[in-house]
Write a protein that binds this ligand. Structure first.
Ligand code: DGL
Length: 270
């Protein structure tokens, strides 16, 4: 009955922690493509091929349902995968929609026409590939009107996190927030549109100030997944065991994961 969680590297662990807490009886298989992170500077074709390889590995581990806990893969590959590649007995879901539903005050699956929402000025922080895909703005436009989105491509942040250099990562966050404020001086809400960024949520909130509501994905995705599994219990795959798989060096990736999650995590080679 396992569910797969895919990310380019360590960022998806923020989502994994939230879904484990929400669904303690479900085994999760995590796949980090650490050998190829960051995805945020790769082109869409590359992200598509790498994401497919990871999803196939998770299917082989008994996970019929895979969550792309990676905005970059969700933005660059998900629609194409769903339209032309995913077989009828498998599902691949992304992390964008739960976040946008929260921002636009919608229930899951509310497909009514776009309407005005309370928040008017939104700052989006994401990887360069997610920003250039404009997937966030597209999904938002299906649900809300009159929302001004200013996107900031946060180059370097994922690399610094993957390297474990949190001092550099925090300095980069401050400079990206400054750059955003030059374009949008008073955002009401900020979206952390990369699953690595919750590891720096405090730095984002401090740089933005307490008046800005910071939305991050982990808990929103956990609620959506619980709701989805209640309605589709058949999508719990045959896998029985929780596992951590990486395309990178398992010892190194385990060290970083243990440091970030404050509990022992042991990766094995994918
Ligand atoms: N954590 C991923 C995301 O949400 C990937 C970042 C990257 O590999 O550049 O976008």
């Amino acid at each position: 009955m396992a569910v797969g969680i895919f990310d380019s590297g360590l960022g998806g662990l923020t989502v994994l922690e939230a879904v484990r807490k929400r669904l303690p009886h479900v085994p999760f298989v995590y796949y980090g493509d650490n050998a190829h992170a960051p995805y945020g500077v790769r082109d869409a074709e590359d992200v598509y091929e790498l994401t497919k390889a990871g999803v196939e590995r998770l299917w082989a581990a008994g996970c019929d349902l895979v969550i792309l806990a990676c905005n970059t893969a969700s933005a660059a590959a998900l629609r194409r995968m769903q339209e032309s590649w995913v077989p009828a007995d498998k599902r691949v879901l992304g992390v964008f929609v739960p976040l946008i539903e929260a921002l636009t005050e919608r229930q899951w699956g509310d497909n009514s026409p776009p309407r005005e929402v309370a928040v008017k000025h939104v700052a989006l922080f994401a990887t360069p590939a997610t920003v250039s895909s404009r997937a966030f703005q597209r999904e938002l436009a299906f649900r809300a009107i009159g929302v001004d989105v200013e996107a900031q491509a946060c180059g370097g942040v994922v690399d610094a996190i993957e390297e474990g250099d949190m001092i550099l990562a925090e300095a980069l966050v401050r400079s990206h927030v400054d750059a955003l404020r030059r374009k949008m001086p008073a955002p009401e809400a900020a979206i952390l549109g990369c699953t690595h960024y919750p590891l720096l949520e405090g730095a984002f909130q401090a740089a933005l100030g307490t008046g800005v509501q910071v939305y991050s994905q982990a808990n929103l995705v956990a609620e959506s997944l619980a709701d989805y599994l209640e309605r589709h219990p058949n999508m719990l795959g045959p896998g029985q065991k929780s596992l951590f798989l990486t395309t990178g060096d398992p010892a190194r990736v385990s060290d970083r994961a243990t440091q970030f999650m404050h509990r022992p995590i042991a990766f094995e080679a994918a």
